[in-house]
Structures are given as structure tokens and as C-alpha cells.
Design a protein around this ligand. Sequence first.
Ligand code: SF4
Length: 468
Amino acid sequence: MSVEIFNPNKTTTLETPVKVLESNSTNSSKIGSRIGFVSLGCPKNLVDSERILTQLRTEGYDVVPTYNDAELVIVNTCGFIDSAVQESLDTIGEALAENGKVIVTGCLGIKEDEIREVHPNVLAITGPHAYESVVEQVHEHLPKPQHDPFLQLVPDHGIKLTPKHYAYLKISEGCNHRCTFCIIPSMRGDLVSRPVGEVLDEATRLKNAGVKELLVISQDTSAYGVDVKYQTGFWDGMPVKTDMLGLCKKLAEMGIWVRLHYVYPYPSVDKVIPLMAEGKILPYLDIPFQHANPRILKLMKRPAAAEKTLERIQAWRAICPQLIIRSTFIVGFPGETEDEFQQLLDFLTVAQLDRVGCFKYSDVEGAKANDLPDPVPESVKQERFERFMALQSKISAEKLQQKIGLEYQILIDEVTSEGAVGRCFADAPEIDGQVYLTDEFDVNPGDLIWGQIIHADEHDMWAVKVED
Ligand code: SF4
């Protein structure tokens, strides 16, 4: 992984935002007050970091790569699971020890008492997507710099912390569901959809800035517009419905890759599949199923728990045979019996999902699932995790073998000393596999080329460049 790529899973460095900022910014003159920025957690948090940095940069603040250079440090925290909370607290501690002036924001910010108990000396604490409060706190502790807006320009698309050729497009905040293992709604509130015109404006600016792939994210992409009763918005002088289909139809006209994350298997998703079959948006759905047994799904209070998922997948594949389905699952949820786990394995065998992640259940402070009876012993969780991964590795390897000999468009992410590394439509950045083009140096990051698959293991593929 190149250091220029902002990996949401490895965001505890100060250098990364600065490097990406310098390469994305039109001007990097160092004239303002100096801020260090650390961003932890998921792509949704990354988008919040981008918004805060864009505002600060617009006001003339500089973003610097070391604690020593900074006059103040902002830590954008994650509080999703206990290990993320600990990482956030450790990072705040490091920033305090190395710099001393620290503002905390992000998901963990809603637990101010918990943070102050460990770190009483932080300057200020704000919650998730509280952009204005963070910036106000910065003003209070580090006066706005004098700056010439013509010398220190911010690109039209704002500051992006991803490489130039792909970007996350966050379409809503919060979530109306109440999954028992999750505390996100208590941190980020109920669903609030962004106006469809605003989302499409941002997508246009990103495309104009050279972005080749938009990754649509939210907590529940299929619920987009529910809170505004799917009202009709306007974009480019035309009415556009505020729902997933309306948004996808317009994004499809932009002529760049559009990839949907965090979708639930509702009937409404059926309407998006034809756009995928016609090649207008990527035939890729990231659907976090989490389990397959109805009782466990009910205990989890999962959205779409009552849907006939296998039938739905089969119907989608009948319309769009090239559809890639990515998912995540939890094993060892409280009360999960051997039979129920076996049902999950049976589901995997029949569903033949393409990309799958698996987590062993663990308590999250404040989550309802903590109170459920019959916790699964750690040794059993581990054993189930291994059985799950062994089965899915076999499925994944078989599916990738079927791609050998086929030709795909490949978006180049980086060029290393061994050749080019990219992804095809089946691979989202950071979470899926990669396509290696050994000894291919005649390409640049962001290029879209054609490649023929010549080899695959259970995760990645190897290809050779072919003429368009
Ligand atoms: S859908 Fe469930 S897991 Fe996802 S954010 Fe909402 S409550 Fe959490």
C-alpha cells in the first residue's frame, strides 16, 4: 500500500492527510496557523475529516505532518467497537503528550465524560458531523490566520483525502435502524438525507476534478430519501426524486464508475439492477447481511430481516449475471447455536457471494445485544470464524478462477517497482482484492485500461494489458 493512499483502516498518522492534501491542493504555500489532523475510522468519518479540512484550509490554516510543527491537533475519533474506542483514546493521549493542544471530534465525542476521565486536558470535544463546532473551537484556540484567498486556493471539489481518481460520496447522515449490536444511531442520530441536488453537484465537481470512481456511502444507502418522503429535488434545472433510483440514474449519466455501498436487500433495490445490467453503474452491491438465520437476524434487529434474501439474489443475477455481491457477517452472536451457524454456512454455499468479510461478535459498550443471554464462548467463536473463512476462501477462489481468460477494464491505483496495481469493477478500494499487472509501467494512477486475467488466488487476480 502506497503511503499516498489514505487507508481508512490505517489512519493514525499525521503525515497522510498532509501528503494527500499537498498532491490534491492547487497551492500548498505555508502561510497560515498550523494544524495537525488525525482521522480514524470508516469512510464516513473520512468524509467528515475532508469537510473539516476543506473549511480550515479555505480559512487559510495550514495542515502540517508532525506534532512538533502543529500549533494544535484535531483528532477525529471512531467509537464503533471497543477496540476503536481504545485506539481513539490512545491517539488522543499521544497527541496530548506530543503537542499538548488537542481538540477531539467524531463518534467518540458523544462520550465526553469518558474522554475527560482519561484525558481531562483536551481543549474541546465535539460529536460526529459537527463541522461548525469543530471549526469554532479551532477559532477559539488558534486565531484565524490572515490569508490571501488568491494565494491559498482550495479546489472546487474541496479537500479529498483519497487518491485523486476515486472519492467517497456521502449521501446521508445517521440511521433509522436499531441493530442491537450497533451504537451508531446513538452517536450519529436518525437518518438525514442530503438534498439530491447538493449530492449531484458534489459528484459533478469530483468528476470535473478527475475522479474516475465514486463510492456512494451512508449508513443505509437504500433508505436514501425516506426522511424527506422521497421528495422531488432539482438538479441542473430538472426534477430528480430523492431516492436511490433517482440518484443512481443521474450518477449513471456522468460516465464514471459508480459503486454502491451499504445497501439492504429491499424490493426497492430491484429497480437499480437494470442500470447495472446496462453498464450504467457498476454491477456491484455491498450488502452487510450479517447472518442468514431468521432468529439471529431478529435478535440483531437487522433491516430487511424478513426479506427472502436468496430469492432476491437469484432474481438480481437473472437480470444482471455479472453482479458482484460483497457482504459482511458476524459469527458467535449471543445465543447462536451450532445449527444456526450451520445455516449460515449453508447460505454461503448457496448464495456464492463474491466478496465476504467476517467478524467475531464482541460487546460494544452501550449496545443492546450486550444484555442478550447465552454468550458464545470465545473458543467457539474462533472455531466458527475459521470454518466460515475456510468455506468462503474456497468459494472466492473458485469464483476468481472463473475469471481467468476474461478481459476487464482496470482502474490503476498505483505503479510500484514491480508493475501496476489496479482494480476491476468487482473490487472496491481498501476492502476487496486487487489486480496486479506485473512489469507494466506504461500506465499512471487513475488510468483505465483493459486487461486479460491470467491468474488468480482466493483474493487477488493477475492480468496482462490488452489493447482497447
Ligand atoms: S443499519 Fe444497523 S448496523 Fe447499520 S448503522 Fe444502522 S443500526 Fe448500525
